[in-house]
Structures are given as structure tokens and as C-alpha cells.
Design a protein around this ligand. Sequence first.
Ligand code: C2E
Ligand code: C2E
Ligand code: C2E
Length: 88
Amino acid sequence: GVRLEATNKIVLDLEKLYDTTSEDLAYVARYARAIQQQRGDYNGRVLSIRADDLRALAIVYDISPSGLIERLTEQGVLVADPRAFFAS
Ligand code: C2E
Ligand code: C2E
Ligand code: C2E
């Protein structure tokens, strides 16, 4: 399996994720909304998600966790560095 470094946080760009028309990301968007709800984290432009939750989502898509990361990167909904993201 794939090991994600603790420093390699998975951070979603919510604006891009929720704006995207890609049917492919519908489950990711729904999952992100559920996490926001559970945390009461409604106002963020980004959302850090658990590595465990990425693994669960990868199962839904029937790909590996790294494959899902690749797909999210291709669709431009991952934030590589949230601090740089807010500085730009
Ligand atoms: P919980 O898992 O019992 O976590 C309780 C609280 O511990 C969380 O409250 C949060 O303040 C903190 N916490 C737990 N794990 C982490 C972590 O990895 N990083 C950080 N920064 N804090 C952590 P919160 O955020 O209000 O969440 C309430 C409950 O909602 C959580 O209870 C959990 O059951 C669920 N939840 C929230 N976010 C997620 C998520 O991303 N994935 C999953 N599976 N459940 C989540
Ligand atoms: P970072 O993890 O690089 O996050 C940078 C900024 O991205 C955060 O600034 C916040 O504005 C945004 N961000 C990242 N993840 C989330 C998210 O899940 N929800 C929302 N609403 N915003 C998010 P902020 O809050 O000023 O935090 C600055 C730094 O402080 C973070 O850098 C991180 O290193 C640390 N930090 C903040 N909250 C937590 C936390 O709950 N757990 C841990 N371990 N570190 C935290
Ligand atoms: P992780 O589980 O992969 O979570 C990655 C990031 O997602 C966390 O980074 C945090 O920004 C966000 N996150 C995950 N779960 C929650 C949650 O329930 N509530 C909120 N508000 N944010 C959440 P962070 O905080 O820097 O934590 C890094 C790693 O440290 C986590 O990776 C996890 O492995 C561990 N960790 C941190 N806090 C807790 C905790 O309360 N319980 C457990 N079991 N592990 C924790």
C-alpha cells in the first residue's frame, strides 16, 4: 500500500471541488461536505482531510490511494501548500 507522510497533508480546494462539473468527483465533494458538517467547519476555502478517509474514498473509486491523489491533482482540486495558497 501507499504511505502518506504526516507532513504530506491532503488539502482540498473547496471552491474548485464544489464548482467542478466533473461527475467523477461527485463522491469526493459529497464526502467533503459531510466532513465540514461533522467539524462545523463551514467557512474554509480549503479542507484538510484524514489519510484514512482518503483510503476509504479510494475504495469507492476502486483505485489505489495514490491513484486517487493523482486524479485529484489532475482535476486541480488539491492544494499542495495551503500557506502558499493563501499568500498568492
Ligand atoms: P473525534 O474523532 O472523536 O474527534 C474529536 C475531536 O478531536 C475533533 O473535533 C477534533 O477537534 C479533534 N481531532 C481528532 N482527530 C484530529 C486530527 O487528526 N487533527 C486535528 N486537528 N484534530 C483532530 P471535531 O473536529 O469537531 O470533530 C468532531 C467529530 O466529527 C470527530 O470526533 C469525528 O467523529 C468526526 N469527524 C470530524 N472530522 C472528520 C474527518 O475528517 N473524518 C472522519 N472520519 N470523521 C471526522
Ligand atoms: P497549514 O496546515 O499549512 O494550513 C494553512 C492554512 O490553511 C490554515 O491557516 C487555514 O487557513 C487553512 N486550512 C488548512 N486546513 C484547513 C481545514 O481543514 N479547514 C479550514 N477551514 N482551513 C484549513 P491557519 O488556520 O492560520 O493555521 C496555520 C497553521 O497552524 C497550519 O498550517 C497548521 O500548521 C497549524 N494548525 C492550525 N490548525 C491546526 C490543527 O487543527 N492541527 C494542527 N496539527 N495544526 C494546525
Ligand atoms: P490525519 O488523520 O491524516 O489527518 C490529517 C489532517 O486532517 C489533520 O492534520 C487535520 O488538519 C485534519 N483532520 C483530521 N481529522 C480531523 C478532525 O476530526 N477534526 C478536524 N478539525 N480536523 C481533522 P493534523 O491535525 O496536523 O494531524 C496530523 C495527524 O496527526 C493526523 O493525520 C492523525 O494521524 C494524527 N492526529 C492528530 N490529532 C489526532 C487525534 O485527536 N486523534 C488521532 N487518533 N490522531 C490524531
